[in-house]
Design a protein around this ligand. Sequence first.
Ligand code: MSP
Length: 522
Amino acid sequence: MADPYYVTTAIAYPNGRPHIGHAYEAIAADVIARFHRQQGRDVRFQTGTDEHGLKMAQKARETGVTPAQLSDEMSSYFIAMCNRLHVSYDVFQRTSEPRHHAASQALWRRMAASGDLYLDRYEGWYSVRDEAFYEAGELIEGEGGERLSPQGTPVEWTAEESWFFRLSRYQQPLLDLLRDNPGFLEPESRRNEVIRFVEGGLRDLSVSRTSFDWGVPVPDSPGHVMYVWVDALTNYLTGLGFPDETAEMAKWWPADLHLIGKDIIRFHAVYWPAFLMSAGLPLPKAVFGHGFVLHRGEKMSKSLGNVVDPLELADRFGVDGLRYFLMREVSFGQDGSYSAEAIVLRCNAELANGFGNLAQRVLSLIFRNLGGRLPEIRAPGAGDAALLERVRQAARKAVPAAMGALDFSGAIEAWMGEIFACNQYVDAEAPWALKKEGRLDRMETVLAVLFQCLRDLAIAIRPVVPQSADRLLDQMAIAPDARDRTALEDDDWYARLGATGVCLQQPVGVFPRLELADGAAH
Ligand code: MSP
């Protein structure tokens, strides 16, 4: 039985259309999911939308629709984004679904049964934008002297009856978790921040609201809906059929990875494990807080007018161009910047001129000079085995090791290094000249070496640019079920493919050269 791997993204607030930050997270999680599938693991990948809370209720009121209507409309854009960007989720969980209400209420009842919930009165600051409570001491002063949350969002004074969760009880268990399991929260700098936050002492958390009703009703407590984060975090269990003791729960929980942005680490690395401990459920194995994608180094905001629709970028630069750029440009865990120029530059240099050109040169020579017959190693030289071996090793080891460690840019850099080596080899061996010189055996050998390298490199990059890699592998007559780790580790594939008498067609480029539209400088 393949080893299960359960990965999730954060579930976005569908109070507007998805932006590049949402696309970034979905793509990164998709690369991880595809990578593990390729490694032979049984993967479950869940994403979704976080539809309750004051933020959604207020946005709906402003727009003159009900929160349910707003959620229905906007969540459809998130689903469309995932589909368009080839995000291969297994479950898209919406929190307005009845089964999610049932799961959240079941979790609540378990926390109540542990004695961790009590009724009291909450007085303090709340940021609707962050859906978060803040201590007075955490607030900062805005330009006009107004109080702002540490994230710079407006806060309002809130005073109401509320259920509280005994977070204070979990200070020591959380410290033990964070200190003893370095892998639980990454990157490390974030882990240190959270440890300092927990060391500073944890106050009990207000976990219900009475001033609005757009949420999951608190069991047996009329007038109270759950604090949106309690229900939001539960989504990771809902998709598995919790609270029923389903085969899915047994197989997939605890999750292997919650992939989230750096702004919501506290919710995932402090509140969520505390809720789970209280409910007697196993904790997720890892939480990774990625950085933010900025537009030309600036935060995106509607007022700056720099919020770009990720689907527009996909239309302009191709889905795989966008995916490649985001995974390559940003060192995972840190913030990164994007602009149309940067996307064009990166994709042209590395995909079109680097890998695409290499593939096109090799496949065209095979088509033209050998009539599409697979070349054979007829006159091996010293450099041939060396190139084959280094590319093979990179595709089997260095690239997957970096991807498995979520170091996407490192994985792609290692991959690019091999393309560079292959291009040097092509230039040095000049197979087109070998043909003219009549050294046909040598030409065939060089093309055979390069064909094998191309296959390894296409398989290695598949999680990042799945459609393009598959289009290339199709043209190379590599069977769809021979594009995984097992195929990479198979030493005889080339001989077997040759024995089938395969005949390759005229190749079609799969990585187009991109152009900046006139005057477009987004
Ligand atoms: N609804 C909560 C998450 C609940 S998870 C149980 C939320 N939603 S969000 O829509 O504000 O953000 C969804 C995800 O997108 C978060 O992981 C967030 O960090 C990420 N990003 C939002 N803007 C981003 C960028 N500009 N760049 C990268 N990721 C960003 O938080």
